[in-house]
Design a protein around this ligand. Structure first.
Ligand SMILES: NC(=O)c1ccc[n+]([C@@H]2O[C@H](COP(=O)([O-])OP(=O)(O)OC[C@H]3O[C@@H](n4cnc5c(N)ncnc54)[C@H](O)[C@@H]3O)[C@@H](O)[C@H]2O)c1
Ligand SMILES: [Zn+2]
Length: 371
């Protein structure tokens, strides 16, 4: 195994480690046991889906058993629909049947869907079971497993029900990405690119150089890139755990991105593809209000294109419809949408109020791009 990367998320008595390393899944039990003072006889419930369990369940369970844990598994169906109160209830039933108690640890083995769901069930069962994340998608490794947001969807509202609940440990094994469809890997890279753009110019430059090898998972920098992404998010979360201010910069590209996902009923774009387009929109909006310089917009587009993202907005999308959807975004206040805008590559600022007509101009320019 190559050098392990460690990111400490400094949240006082809820501080925890994110460990990143190829092959690390075999050390889950050992790393967890030292943090929970001992695994001996402790119940561990591994929450996963059938396909992920088939790929990695045995290795993860074996590692836990070797450290003395009594391992049980809970399986849920893959897909966003699984992030529901009905699934939470299924997990509660499983915990109850297994006589889970406050010593029990829940291990989320899967993508963001499983992490959010298992995390919420862990947060609320007996007011909190121990919780460890073993994220298996790139998006989960660099984004959803960091920051402590857990929850489920309710009716048509995404993530309406949830809790802030920090895990005791996050174990990231980039080897698990080998089985992930390429489109999902690329989708996760959109969040990685976002971190460079909003917070770290040098990181953005490194991504530009490494991009083809990151996509093919052959980059010697892969572990560093994952760990550094987690570190950037962790730093923002440390300063603003409950999203009162700074944490909003993590939503760069997400305002228009969410509108595009909603416009296309979550069928056309992966999340990363939508926010890639949304990051370009945010740059054009920033230009309209003289916050973003055109050469920075060009740099952002160039970086996204090296990863194979579209930057041109589909001309068949209705701009008035997109603007209408923005007004419903939960981050908007009193009609005018609030945007995170790019001051320069490596620095974004939240809270810019932008009118509908400014947004419409920017989106029209994005529809007229070549590409
Ligand atoms: N909590 C947060 O802060 C936060 C942040 C961002 C996103 N999210 C949530 O994350 C969810 C999306 O997560 P996601 O993109 O990981 O999607 P996902 O969990 O649905 O996983 C995507 C697909 O990949 C499959 N898969 C996962 N790992 C695999 C592997 N190693 N090999 C092969 N197939 C694999 C899954 O079975 C699934 O079909 C959304 O519900 C979103 O709301 C949460
Ligand atoms: Zn996102």
């Amino acid at each position: 195994m190559s050098e392990m990367q460690r990111v400490r998320v400094g949240l006082g008595d809820r501080a925890y480690d994110i460990l990143v390393g190829r092959g690390l899944m075999s050390q889950l039990g050992q790393e967890l046991a030292v943090r929970l003072d001992g695994g001996a006889g402790r119940l561990a419930v591994v929450v996963s889906s059938p396909e992920i369990d088939a790929l990695y369940g045995a290795a993860v369970s074996e590692s836990l058993r070797a450290a003395g844990f009594r391992v049980e598994t809970a399986s849920v169906l893959p897909g966003e629909r699984t992030k529901s109160l009905a699934s939470v209830e299924e997990l509660y039933a499983k915990f109850h049947t297994l006589s889970a108690d406050r010593r029990t640890v829940v291990a989320a083995l899967g993508g963001g869907v499983i992490g959010d769901l298992a995390g919420f069930a862990a947060a609320t069962y007996t007011r909190g079971l121990s919780f460890v994340q073993v994220p298996t998608t790139l998006l989960a490794q660099v984004d959803s497993s960091v920051g402590g947001k857990t929850g489920v969807n309710f009716r048509n509202a995404k993530n309406l029900i949830g809790a802030f609940y920090q895990p005791h440990l996050v174990i990231i094994d980039p080897e698990m990405l080998q089985t992930l469809p390429k489109r999902e890997t690329r989708s996760g890279l959109a969040e990685v690119i976002k971190y460079g753009i909003i917070a770290d110019k040098d990181f953005a430059a490194l991504l530009g150089r490494e991009m083809p090898d990151l996509l093919s998972l052959t980059s010697s920098q892969l572990e560093y890139v994952i760990a550094h992404s987690c570190a950037i998010k962790a730093k923002v979360v440390e300063e603003d755990e409950r999203e009162d201010g700074l944490r909003a910069i993590l939503n760069f590209g997400h305002t228009v991105g969410h509108a595009l996902e909603s416009l296309t009923h979550y069928q056309t774009y992966t999340h990363g593809e939508a926010i890639a387009l949304g990051m370009v929109s945010a740059c054009f909006i920033g230009e309209e209000v003289s916050v973003t310089r055109p050469d920075d917009t060009a740099a952002v587009m160039g970086l996204l294109q090296t990863a194979g993202f579209w930057v041109r907005l589909d001309p068949s999308h209705s701009i008035p419809e997109i603007v209408r959807l923005l007004a419903w975004d939960k981050k908007s206040v009193g009609g005018a949408a609030r945007f995170v805008l790019l001051e320069e590559v490596g620095r974004a600022t939240p809270g810019h109020e932008v009118s509908g007509s400014v947004i419409a101009n920017a989106l029209a320019r994005q529809q007229n791009l070549e590409n």
